[in-house]
Design a protein around this ligand. Structure first.
Ligand SMILES: C[S@@+](CC[C@H](N)C(=O)[O-])C[C@H]1O[C@@H](n2cnc3c(N)ncnc32)[C@H](O)[C@@H]1O
Length: 386
């Protein structure tokens, strides 16, 4: 333990770590670039795998750049700033392909394109800020810990959110509720919403146009982090879908429910958060879409009692992926197409394995870089019955 070794990074793996081999062992190095020659410090050993961090860059990869953020390395937010943007996209395509190969066990993984974000910096409309009231620190968790990294300026926040961060940071500590440990914050077209509300900060209702639809939401409901890339993602996820009945599982405030309601005669959205479902119903109403209904329920519970004809299922579960009962329920409904939107390629790949075993084939896959400067990537997979 603690020894320092010399390695060459072969590629980036799911989770964002660099892969190397040394002395018959696999070495996983955080904050590395493919092609780097590094001296690394081993921090932890698990079986044949060494977890290590960079001590010295002996020969930099051609895709390595100087991370511009002063908090890089300590802050747990961004772990890809050491890569050129092109290399970030290539690494994300490799991450998706790796999951499809190793977890889904696809024989022929198709070429995967990761669509770039229109902005690689200052793109985030939503964040969660961690607060340590004893130390009077506000920011994000440090990498691999629950300690707060005090962040005065975050280069991936939209300017409006950065301004709000500065205002929160300059608020008198006496105004902070004693139990406040984190703040959810999101911006819209002309306002900012914080939850929980405190002092001058309110849980305002916001609105934002995405493509041709307008959505209302607030900081208590999920909203996608990088709306600038959403129109492209939605076009791919909805493809040429149309017909009688569609389901939008884990529908949030109705991002996909609205466009689905324009393409299908009947749509049902299912979502567990009642604040989100309230907004989803309002968003449908304001768009004059009366052919969709939104249910507040656990998707797994709701699927257990669902039967009948369904043409199209779009699902966009949280990072943990769709529960087994949801996969089982979808296989029983046997829709003509499934559109799986996922922010975690590994849980997606596990679900795909079950869907393929259940009689579906992957029609197309694409990545969307909703999270520049981090290893995270949004993947959309369209499936049809074999
Ligand atoms: C990744 S978000 C997607 C939301 C929406 N499709 C969008 O793009 O804005 C996942 C959503 O699933 C909801 N959710 C998480 N677990 C759930 C469950 N077991 N049943 C129902 N909804 C759930 C969350 O509240 C969140 O709104």
């Amino acid at each position: 333990m603690g020894e320092s070794i010399r390695v060459e990074i072969e590629r980036i793996l799911p989770g964002g770590v660099g892969l190397a081999h040394a002395g018959g062992k696999t070495v996983l190095v955080s904050l590395a670039a493919p092609g780097d020659e590094l001296r690394v410090q081993v921090e932890r050993e698990q079986g044949n795998v060494l977890f290590a961090s960079v001590v010295e860059v002996l020969a930099p990869s051609p895709v390595r750049i100087e991370p511009p953020c002063p908090y890089f390395g300590r802050c747990g937010g961004c772990d890809f700033q050491q890569l050129t943007y092109e290399a970030q996209l290539a690494a994300k395509a490799d991450i998706i392909a790796d999951c499809l190969q190793r977890i889904t066990r696809m024989d022929h993984v198709p070429h995967i394109t990761v669509h770039p974000s229109p902005n690689n910096w200052r793109y985030r409309v939503r964040a969660t800020w961690q607060i340590d009231q004893d130390k009077r620190e506000i920011g994000y968790y440090e990498r691999g810990s629950r300690r707060v990294c005090d962040v005065a300026e975050c280069a991936v926040l939209l300017p409006e959110l950065q301004e709000t961060l500065a205002r929160v940071r300059s608020t008198d500590w006496l105004e902070f509720p004693p139990e406040l440990k984190h703040l959810d914050v999101v911006t819209g077209e002309d306002d900012v919403s914080l939850a929980p509300p405190f002092g001058e900060f309110e849980t305002n209702e916001l609105s934002l146009r995405v493509g041709s639809e307008v959505y209302q939401y607030n900081a208590q409901a999920f909203f996608q982090i990088n709306p600038a890339l959403l129109p492209q993602l939605m076009e791919f996820a909805l493809s040429d879908a149309g017909g009688e009945t569609a389901l939008d599982l884990y529908c949030g405030v109705g991002l996909f429910t609205l466009p689905l309601a324009r393409r299908f005669a009947r749509v049902v959205g299912v979502e567990g958060n009642s604040v989100a479902t309230r907004f989803a119903r309002r968003n449908l109403q304001q768009a004059d879409l009366t052919n969709a209904r939104v249910v507040t329920a656990s998707v797994a519970e709701w699927m257990r009692s669902k039967s009948g004809e369904v043409d199209f299922v779009l699902l966009d579960p949280p990072r943990a992926g769709a529960e087994s009962a949801v996969i089982k329920g979808m296989l029983e409904l046997h829709p003509q197409r499934i559109s799986y939107v996922s922010c975690d390629p590994a849980t997606l790949a596990r679900a795909l394995k079950k869907l393929i075993a259940g009689g579906y084939a992957i029609e197309s896959v694409a990545g969307f870089d909703l999270f520049p400067q981090t290893h995270h990537v949004e993947t959309v997979v369209l499936l049809t019955p074999t």
